[in-house]
Design a binder for this molecule. Structure first.
Ligand code: WQD
Length: 338
């Protein structure tokens, strides 16, 4: 019986495939529509692990393709990464986000019912907390008003899962709320897929440092934070990947139909602190300017991660410095034409 990793050629999906293989898992199937990644990722996974992952080019918003996959493969559990994830892009194109992120989830859950797949791990996001009054946020913190359609799709997705487990007793679900995944694999051979127009802060930083962008724009310098820039909880992508293995193990013994875990370091860091750390560890000077705020941004969010530590046994290994070093190492690898 296989583990289906959706979005397996993407950033977090590919790092999770690597960790699954490192932990001895072999019956793995990955699907992706390559909208935010490239099929060449699987070659990098093979280069790092020596294992070829079976993969299919599937758009999960297509119900028939989903069903065909489950007819062909005996799938026991699903780790569902595949989704669009850019805050600004979701504001510009909300229907694309609702269609993609929700249709794919619903199609998968229907297949779970039809083909008796009862274990499901869902990629959610700290963005469901909105502008929380309570910091650090725990899994019990009240969910704020999602500040973007992207955040809304994660909020609605969690609701779909909560309703579905009530109606289908055999299904067990773990929701993982990622804070801000950054960094790259320690080998320097895998990282965030290159994108001419990156969505997030750290790829913008590394592309500016590499001269691919002439200047980093820091969105907002007038927030009520220590230096006026937004606070986030940056978490190494390999720590996020490790949490998925622990969540798979936990699903076997979980005594409730659904549970939620924050995946963050617990450290709130400002945008300027990230920039300074990047400059210091990589001995570079970054060209940046502080501009107006970006619509959809929350002022500050960072995790109380004690529940994941207590129940999953998860403890982040990497600090901000390693995140910045690995991100730069990956950018250089890309820059050399890999
Ligand atoms: C971080 C901070 C920006 C770019 C989203 C999702 C989250 C996760 C990561 C999935 C903000 C500032 C950014 C730039 C900047 N997705 N910034 N200049 O929006 O916090 O989180 O992506 O795993 O779930 O919500 O991430 O990296 O876009 O922004 O100043 O060029 O960096 O304003 O304060 P975000 P981000």
């Amino acid at each position: 019986m296989s583990i289906l990793v959706t979005g397996g050629s993407g950033y977090i999906g590919s790092h999770t495939l690597i960790e699954l293989i490192n932990k001895g898992y072999r019956d793995l199937i990955s699907v992706d529509n390559y909208s935010n990644s490239n099929v060449s990722t699987y070659e990098r996974v093979e280069k790092i692990t020596g294992v070829v992952v079976k993969h299919y080019p599937i758009d999960l918003t297509d119900q028939n393709s989903c069903k065909l996959l489950f007819e062909q493969e005996k799938i026991e559990s699903i780790i569902h990464f595949a989704a669009f994830k850019s805050v600004p892009e979701s504001l510009a194109n909300p229907l694309l986000y609702y269609r993609n992120n929700l249709d794919s989830l619903i199609n998968l859950l229907e297949c779970c019912q039809i083909f008796s797949c009862h274990k499901f791990i869902f990629s959610s996001s700290c963005s469901v907390y909105g502008n929380s009054e309570e910091l650090p946020v725990t899994e019990k913190s009240s969910l704020g008003i999602p500040e973007s359609p992207y955040a809304q799709t994660k909020f609605i997705g969690e609701g779909i899962l909560a309703d579905t487990v009530k109606a289908h007793q055999l299904l067990k679900v773990i929701i993982l709320r990622y804070f801000n995944p950054v960094g790259a694999h320690e080998s320097g051979l895998n990282g965030e897929p290159a994108s001419a127009r990156p969505n997030n802060l750290v790829p913008f930083i590394t592309q500016t440092a590499a001269g691919l962008k002439d200047k980093l724009q820091i969105f907002g310098g007038d927030y009520n934070t220590k230096d006026g820039t937004c606070v986030r909880d940056y978490i190494h992508v390999s720590d996020i990947a490790e949490a998925h293995i622990l969540a798979l193990n936990y699903l076997e013994k979980m005594d409730k139909p659904i549970d939620i875990f924050n995946l963050g370091t617990g450290n709130g860091v400002t945008v300027l602190e990230v920039v300074k750390s990047f400059e210091q560890v990589n001995k570079l000077t970054l060209n940046y300017e502080i501009v107006d705020r970006r619509e959809g941004d929350v002022e500050a969010v960072y995790a109380n991660n004690s529940k994941a530590y207590k129940l999953l046994g998860w403890q982040p290994k990497f600090g901000l410095e390693e995140m910045m070093l690995s991100a730069w190492k990956w950018q250089l690898y890309l820059y050399e034409g890999n």
